[in-house]
Design a protein around this ligand. Structure first.
Ligand code: GLO
Ligand code: MG
Length: 340
Protein backbone atom coordinates (compact mmCIF):
# COMPACT_ATOMS: atom_id res chain seq x y z
CA UNK A 1 0.00 0.00 0.00
CA UNK A 2 1.39 3.38 -0.98
CA UNK A 3 0.80 5.79 1.88
CA UNK A 4 2.76 8.57 0.36
CA UNK A 5 1.44 9.54 -3.06
CA UNK A 6 3.39 12.37 -4.67
CA UNK A 7 1.29 14.68 -6.83
CA UNK A 8 2.51 16.52 -9.92
CA UNK A 9 1.20 18.55 -12.83
CA UNK A 10 2.68 20.62 -15.64
CA UNK A 11 2.59 24.40 -16.14
CA UNK A 12 0.33 23.79 -19.17
CA UNK A 13 -2.38 22.59 -16.76
CA UNK A 14 -2.96 26.19 -15.70
CA UNK A 15 -4.02 27.64 -19.02
CA UNK A 16 -5.66 30.57 -20.74
CA UNK A 17 -8.63 28.62 -22.08
CA UNK A 18 -7.68 29.19 -25.72
CA UNK A 19 -9.09 26.53 -28.06
CA UNK A 20 -9.17 26.05 -31.85
CA UNK A 21 -12.27 28.29 -31.98
CA UNK A 22 -11.34 31.10 -29.65
CA UNK A 23 -8.39 33.10 -28.32
CA UNK A 24 -7.24 33.16 -24.69
CA UNK A 25 -9.98 34.05 -22.25
CA UNK A 26 -7.84 34.23 -19.11
CA UNK A 27 -4.52 36.08 -18.74
CA UNK A 28 -1.39 33.90 -19.07
CA UNK A 29 0.40 33.49 -15.75
CA UNK A 30 4.18 33.49 -15.67
CA UNK A 31 5.91 30.23 -14.76
CA UNK A 32 7.03 31.86 -11.48
CA UNK A 33 3.39 32.64 -10.64
CA UNK A 34 2.37 29.09 -11.48
CA UNK A 35 5.14 27.63 -9.33
CA UNK A 36 3.76 29.47 -6.33
CA UNK A 37 0.45 27.60 -6.71
CA UNK A 38 1.86 24.07 -6.43
CA UNK A 39 2.35 23.72 -2.69
CA UNK A 40 -0.84 25.65 -1.93
CA UNK A 41 -2.73 23.11 -3.97
CA UNK A 42 -1.05 20.17 -2.22
CA UNK A 43 1.31 19.24 -5.08
CA UNK A 44 4.89 18.09 -4.63
CA UNK A 45 6.56 18.21 -8.03
CA UNK A 46 6.37 19.60 -11.53
CA UNK A 47 6.28 18.00 -14.97
CA UNK A 48 8.00 20.00 -17.67
CA UNK A 49 8.51 20.35 -21.37
CA UNK A 50 12.04 21.36 -22.31
CA UNK A 51 10.87 24.83 -23.35
CA UNK A 52 8.84 25.35 -20.18
CA UNK A 53 12.29 25.64 -18.60
CA UNK A 54 14.21 27.68 -21.21
CA UNK A 55 13.44 28.66 -24.83
CA UNK A 56 14.47 25.96 -27.28
CA UNK A 57 16.69 28.25 -29.37
CA UNK A 58 18.99 29.40 -26.58
CA UNK A 59 22.73 28.77 -26.83
CA UNK A 60 24.30 26.14 -24.59
CA UNK A 61 25.64 28.86 -22.27
CA UNK A 62 22.29 30.71 -22.05
CA UNK A 63 20.60 27.36 -21.48
CA UNK A 64 22.94 26.43 -18.67
CA UNK A 65 22.34 29.74 -16.90
CA UNK A 66 18.59 29.70 -17.54
CA UNK A 67 18.20 26.16 -16.21
CA UNK A 68 20.20 27.04 -13.09
CA UNK A 69 17.84 29.96 -12.44
CA UNK A 70 14.83 27.72 -12.97
CA UNK A 71 16.28 25.13 -10.61
CA UNK A 72 16.66 27.82 -7.97
CA UNK A 73 12.96 28.75 -8.35
CA UNK A 74 12.02 25.09 -7.89
CA UNK A 75 14.27 24.72 -4.86
CA UNK A 76 12.86 27.89 -3.33
CA UNK A 77 9.34 26.49 -3.72
CA UNK A 78 10.42 23.07 -2.41
CA UNK A 79 9.44 21.38 -5.68
CA UNK A 80 11.18 18.63 -7.63
CA UNK A 81 11.13 18.14 -11.40
CA UNK A 82 9.47 14.81 -12.22
CA UNK A 83 10.35 14.65 -15.91
CA UNK A 84 11.31 16.59 -19.01
CA UNK A 85 9.42 16.05 -22.25
CA UNK A 86 10.96 17.38 -25.48
CA UNK A 87 8.21 19.40 -27.15
CA UNK A 88 8.46 17.89 -30.59
CA UNK A 89 5.25 19.25 -32.05
CA UNK A 90 5.40 23.07 -32.29
CA UNK A 91 8.52 23.89 -34.26
CA UNK A 92 7.95 24.08 -38.05
CA UNK A 93 10.62 21.37 -38.43
CA UNK A 94 8.26 18.94 -36.67
CA UNK A 95 5.26 19.59 -38.94
CA UNK A 96 5.65 16.17 -40.57
CA UNK A 97 6.56 14.39 -37.35
CA UNK A 98 9.81 14.29 -35.41
CA UNK A 99 11.62 10.94 -35.38
CA UNK A 100 9.43 9.72 -38.27
CA UNK A 101 9.55 12.87 -40.43
CA UNK A 102 10.29 12.11 -44.07
CA UNK A 103 12.98 14.83 -44.15
CA UNK A 104 16.35 13.73 -42.85
CA UNK A 105 17.25 17.19 -41.53
CA UNK A 106 13.94 17.38 -39.64
CA UNK A 107 14.67 14.01 -38.04
CA UNK A 108 18.09 15.29 -37.04
CA UNK A 109 16.51 18.37 -35.46
CA UNK A 110 14.18 16.12 -33.42
CA UNK A 111 17.08 14.07 -32.10
CA UNK A 112 19.20 17.13 -31.31
CA UNK A 113 16.30 18.69 -29.46
CA UNK A 114 15.68 15.47 -27.51
CA UNK A 115 19.34 15.29 -26.49
CA UNK A 116 19.10 18.87 -25.30
CA UNK A 117 16.04 17.90 -23.22
CA UNK A 118 18.20 15.21 -21.60
CA UNK A 119 20.84 17.85 -20.76
CA UNK A 120 18.12 19.97 -19.13
CA UNK A 121 16.84 16.95 -17.19
CA UNK A 122 20.36 16.34 -15.88
CA UNK A 123 20.72 19.92 -14.79
CA UNK A 124 17.37 19.76 -12.98
CA UNK A 125 18.21 16.45 -11.32
CA UNK A 126 15.68 14.12 -12.93
CA UNK A 127 16.44 11.05 -15.00
CA UNK A 128 12.99 10.66 -16.57
CA UNK A 129 12.31 11.75 -20.15
CA UNK A 130 8.73 11.53 -21.40
CA UNK A 131 8.13 10.98 -25.08
CA UNK A 132 4.64 12.07 -26.09
CA UNK A 133 5.03 11.27 -29.79
CA UNK A 134 2.47 13.87 -30.83
CA UNK A 135 3.13 13.96 -34.55
CA UNK A 136 4.54 10.50 -35.15
CA UNK A 137 1.78 9.28 -37.41
CA UNK A 138 -0.11 10.34 -40.50
CA UNK A 139 -3.14 12.21 -41.76
CA UNK A 140 -3.27 9.82 -44.71
CA UNK A 141 -1.73 6.33 -44.56
CA UNK A 142 0.20 6.77 -47.80
CA UNK A 143 2.20 9.70 -46.42
CA UNK A 144 4.87 7.56 -44.74
CA UNK A 145 6.15 4.03 -44.79
CA UNK A 146 4.76 2.60 -41.54
CA UNK A 147 7.40 -0.12 -41.25
CA UNK A 148 10.23 2.35 -41.72
CA UNK A 149 8.51 4.69 -39.23
CA UNK A 150 8.57 2.13 -36.43
CA UNK A 151 12.24 1.42 -37.09
CA UNK A 152 12.93 5.15 -36.97
CA UNK A 153 11.26 5.44 -33.57
CA UNK A 154 13.36 2.52 -32.31
CA UNK A 155 16.53 4.10 -33.71
CA UNK A 156 15.71 7.40 -31.99
CA UNK A 157 15.01 5.69 -28.66
CA UNK A 158 18.32 3.83 -28.93
CA UNK A 159 20.19 7.01 -29.80
CA UNK A 160 18.80 8.69 -26.65
CA UNK A 161 19.58 5.69 -24.43
CA UNK A 162 23.15 5.77 -25.76
CA UNK A 163 23.47 9.53 -25.28
CA UNK A 164 23.01 9.19 -21.53
CA UNK A 165 23.35 5.83 -19.78
CA UNK A 166 21.40 7.01 -16.71
CA UNK A 167 18.15 8.31 -18.18
CA UNK A 168 14.86 6.42 -18.43
CA UNK A 169 12.50 6.90 -21.36
CA UNK A 170 8.74 6.86 -20.77
CA UNK A 171 6.48 6.62 -23.82
CA UNK A 172 3.17 8.46 -23.41
CA UNK A 173 1.08 6.96 -26.15
CA UNK A 174 -2.09 8.43 -27.64
CA UNK A 175 -4.03 6.94 -30.55
CA UNK A 176 -4.94 10.16 -32.35
CA UNK A 177 -4.95 13.96 -32.10
CA UNK A 178 -3.21 15.84 -33.49
CA UNK A 179 -2.67 13.02 -35.99
CA UNK A 180 -5.47 11.09 -37.67
CA UNK A 181 -3.60 7.90 -36.73
CA UNK A 182 -0.58 7.69 -34.47
CA UNK A 183 2.16 5.09 -34.77
CA UNK A 184 2.42 2.98 -31.59
CA UNK A 185 -1.07 4.14 -30.59
CA UNK A 186 -1.29 2.47 -27.16
CA UNK A 187 1.03 1.81 -24.21
CA UNK A 188 1.16 -1.87 -25.14
CA UNK A 189 2.59 -0.97 -28.55
CA UNK A 190 5.36 1.02 -26.90
CA UNK A 191 6.00 -1.74 -24.35
CA UNK A 192 6.64 -4.19 -27.17
CA UNK A 193 9.13 -1.74 -28.65
CA UNK A 194 10.81 -1.34 -25.23
CA UNK A 195 11.94 -4.96 -25.33
CA UNK A 196 13.60 -4.41 -28.72
CA UNK A 197 15.69 -1.47 -27.49
CA UNK A 198 19.35 -1.57 -26.47
CA UNK A 199 18.34 -1.31 -22.81
CA UNK A 200 14.80 -2.51 -22.02
CA UNK A 201 15.36 -1.85 -18.30
CA UNK A 202 15.38 1.90 -19.01
CA UNK A 203 12.26 2.00 -21.18
CA UNK A 204 8.73 2.15 -19.82
CA UNK A 205 5.50 4.11 -20.05
CA UNK A 206 3.47 6.97 -18.70
CA UNK A 207 -0.22 6.14 -19.14
CA UNK A 208 -2.87 8.82 -19.48
CA UNK A 209 -6.49 7.89 -18.70
CA UNK A 210 -7.96 9.94 -21.55
CA UNK A 211 -5.57 8.39 -24.08
CA UNK A 212 -6.62 4.86 -23.07
CA UNK A 213 -10.28 5.84 -23.32
CA UNK A 214 -9.72 7.35 -26.79
CA UNK A 215 -8.21 3.99 -27.81
CA UNK A 216 -11.34 2.21 -26.54
CA UNK A 217 -9.42 0.72 -23.63
CA UNK A 218 -10.05 0.87 -19.91
CA UNK A 219 -7.33 2.92 -18.17
CA UNK A 220 -7.22 0.58 -15.16
CA UNK A 221 -6.56 -2.48 -17.34
CA UNK A 222 -4.02 -0.56 -19.40
CA UNK A 223 -2.20 0.49 -16.23
CA UNK A 224 -2.44 -2.98 -14.73
CA UNK A 225 -0.77 -4.42 -17.82
CA UNK A 226 2.13 -1.97 -17.56
CA UNK A 227 2.36 -2.60 -13.80
CA UNK A 228 2.68 -6.30 -14.49
CA UNK A 229 5.67 -5.48 -16.71
CA UNK A 230 7.13 -3.34 -13.90
CA UNK A 231 7.06 -0.47 -16.38
CA UNK A 232 4.36 1.93 -15.21
CA UNK A 233 6.62 4.78 -14.20
CA UNK A 234 4.15 7.67 -14.32
CA UNK A 235 0.49 8.39 -14.94
CA UNK A 236 -1.61 11.23 -16.28
CA UNK A 237 -4.94 10.90 -14.57
CA UNK A 238 -7.90 12.76 -16.04
CA UNK A 239 -11.24 11.92 -17.65
CA UNK A 240 -12.82 11.86 -21.07
CA UNK A 241 -16.47 11.92 -22.14
CA UNK A 242 -16.57 9.48 -25.05
CA UNK A 243 -14.74 9.46 -28.34
CA UNK A 244 -14.11 13.06 -29.25
CA UNK A 245 -11.23 15.53 -28.95
CA UNK A 246 -8.87 14.96 -26.01
CA UNK A 247 -10.70 16.66 -23.16
CA UNK A 248 -8.42 16.32 -20.11
CA UNK A 249 -11.42 16.65 -17.79
CA UNK A 250 -10.98 16.54 -14.02
CA UNK A 251 -10.17 13.07 -12.74
CA UNK A 252 -13.32 11.08 -12.00
CA UNK A 253 -15.65 13.77 -13.29
CA UNK A 254 -17.17 11.69 -16.11
CA UNK A 255 -17.01 8.13 -14.84
CA UNK A 256 -16.37 7.84 -11.13
CA UNK A 257 -16.39 4.06 -11.22
CA UNK A 258 -13.73 3.99 -13.95
CA UNK A 259 -11.66 6.38 -11.85
CA UNK A 260 -12.19 4.19 -8.80
CA UNK A 261 -10.95 1.15 -10.68
CA UNK A 262 -7.86 3.08 -11.72
CA UNK A 263 -7.09 4.05 -8.12
CA UNK A 264 -7.83 0.54 -6.90
CA UNK A 265 -5.36 -0.98 -9.37
CA UNK A 266 -2.65 1.51 -8.42
CA UNK A 267 -3.28 0.86 -4.73
CA UNK A 268 -3.25 -2.91 -4.98
CA UNK A 269 -0.09 -2.95 -7.08
CA UNK A 270 1.75 -0.59 -4.73
CA UNK A 271 2.32 1.88 -7.56
CA UNK A 272 5.23 4.08 -6.55
CA UNK A 273 5.48 6.62 -9.37
CA UNK A 274 4.10 10.15 -9.21
CA UNK A 275 0.38 10.85 -9.57
CA UNK A 276 0.35 13.31 -12.44
CA UNK A 277 -2.92 15.12 -13.10
CA UNK A 278 -3.03 16.17 -16.76
CA UNK A 279 -6.27 18.13 -16.43
CA UNK A 280 -7.52 21.26 -18.12
CA UNK A 281 -9.96 23.81 -16.71
CA UNK A 282 -13.08 24.63 -18.68
CA UNK A 283 -12.98 27.63 -20.99
CA UNK A 284 -15.77 29.13 -18.89
CA UNK A 285 -13.64 29.14 -15.73
CA UNK A 286 -12.94 32.58 -14.26
CA UNK A 287 -9.28 33.51 -13.67
CA UNK A 288 -9.73 33.39 -9.89
CA UNK A 289 -10.88 29.75 -10.17
CA UNK A 290 -8.33 28.53 -12.68
CA UNK A 291 -6.60 26.02 -10.40
CA UNK A 292 -9.78 24.44 -8.98
CA UNK A 293 -9.69 21.53 -11.44
CA UNK A 294 -6.25 20.56 -10.07
CA UNK A 295 -7.29 20.72 -6.42
CA UNK A 296 -10.51 18.85 -7.28
CA UNK A 297 -8.72 16.08 -9.19
CA UNK A 298 -6.28 15.55 -6.33
CA UNK A 299 -9.14 15.48 -3.80
CA UNK A 300 -11.10 12.97 -5.89
CA UNK A 301 -8.01 10.75 -6.13
CA UNK A 302 -7.52 10.81 -2.35
CA UNK A 303 -11.22 10.15 -1.69
CA UNK A 304 -11.09 7.18 -4.02
CA UNK A 305 -8.01 5.91 -2.17
CA UNK A 306 -10.15 5.99 0.99
CA UNK A 307 -12.90 4.04 -0.78
CA UNK A 308 -10.37 1.48 -2.01
CA UNK A 309 -9.03 1.03 1.51
CA UNK A 310 -12.50 0.75 3.02
CA UNK A 311 -13.56 -1.89 0.53
CA UNK A 312 -13.87 -5.30 2.15
CA UNK A 313 -11.60 -7.66 0.23
CA UNK A 314 -13.37 -10.70 1.67
CA UNK A 315 -16.69 -9.54 0.29
CA UNK A 316 -15.06 -9.12 -3.11
CA UNK A 317 -13.45 -12.56 -2.92
CA UNK A 318 -16.71 -14.19 -1.82
CA UNK A 319 -18.58 -12.66 -4.74
CA UNK A 320 -15.84 -13.81 -7.11
CA UNK A 321 -15.88 -17.35 -5.70
CA UNK A 322 -19.66 -17.53 -6.02
CA UNK A 323 -19.54 -15.90 -9.45
CA UNK A 324 -22.04 -13.41 -8.09
CA UNK A 325 -20.98 -10.39 -10.07
CA UNK A 326 -24.41 -8.82 -9.63
CA UNK A 327 -23.76 -8.62 -5.89
CA UNK A 328 -20.19 -7.46 -6.52
CA UNK A 329 -21.40 -4.66 -8.76
CA UNK A 330 -23.93 -3.49 -6.18
CA UNK A 331 -21.28 -3.65 -3.47
CA UNK A 332 -18.87 -1.46 -5.48
CA UNK A 333 -21.65 1.03 -6.30
CA UNK A 334 -22.65 1.16 -2.64
CA UNK A 335 -19.03 1.84 -1.72
CA UNK A 336 -18.93 4.66 -4.24
CA UNK A 337 -22.16 6.14 -2.91
CA UNK A 338 -20.81 6.10 0.63
CA UNK A 339 -23.21 3.41 1.82
CA UNK A 340 -20.43 1.05 2.93
C1 GLO B 1 -1.50 15.47 -24.87
C2 GLO B 1 -0.60 14.99 -23.83
C3 GLO B 1 0.33 16.08 -23.33
C4 GLO B 1 1.51 15.48 -22.62
C5 GLO B 1 2.54 16.51 -22.25
C6 GLO B 1 3.75 15.85 -21.63
O1 GLO B 1 -2.45 14.86 -25.23
O2 GLO B 1 -1.32 14.43 -22.77
O3 GLO B 1 -0.35 16.97 -22.49
O4 GLO B 1 1.09 14.82 -21.47
O5 GLO B 1 2.92 17.20 -23.38
O6 GLO B 1 4.48 15.21 -22.60
MG1 MG C 1 -0.68 13.72 -20.93
Amino acid sequence: MNTNYRFTFGPWNISTGADPFGPPIRPELSVAQKLREYKKLGFDGIQLHDDDVVPADWSPEQTRRGVAEFKKMLDDEGLFAEFIAPRLWEDPRTADGAYTANSESDRRYALDRSRRAIDIANMLGTRDIVLWLAREGTYIREAKDPVVAVQRILDAVNALLAYDPTIRLLGEMKPNEPMDQAYLPTPAHFLALCYRTADPSRCGVLIESAHSILAGLDPSDDMAYALWHGKLWSVHLNDQNGLKYDQDKSFGSVDLRRAFNTVWVLERAGYSGCVGLDVKSMRTTRPEHQTKHLANSRAIFLRLVEVARRLDVQTVERCRAERDYEALEMYVLDCLMGRV
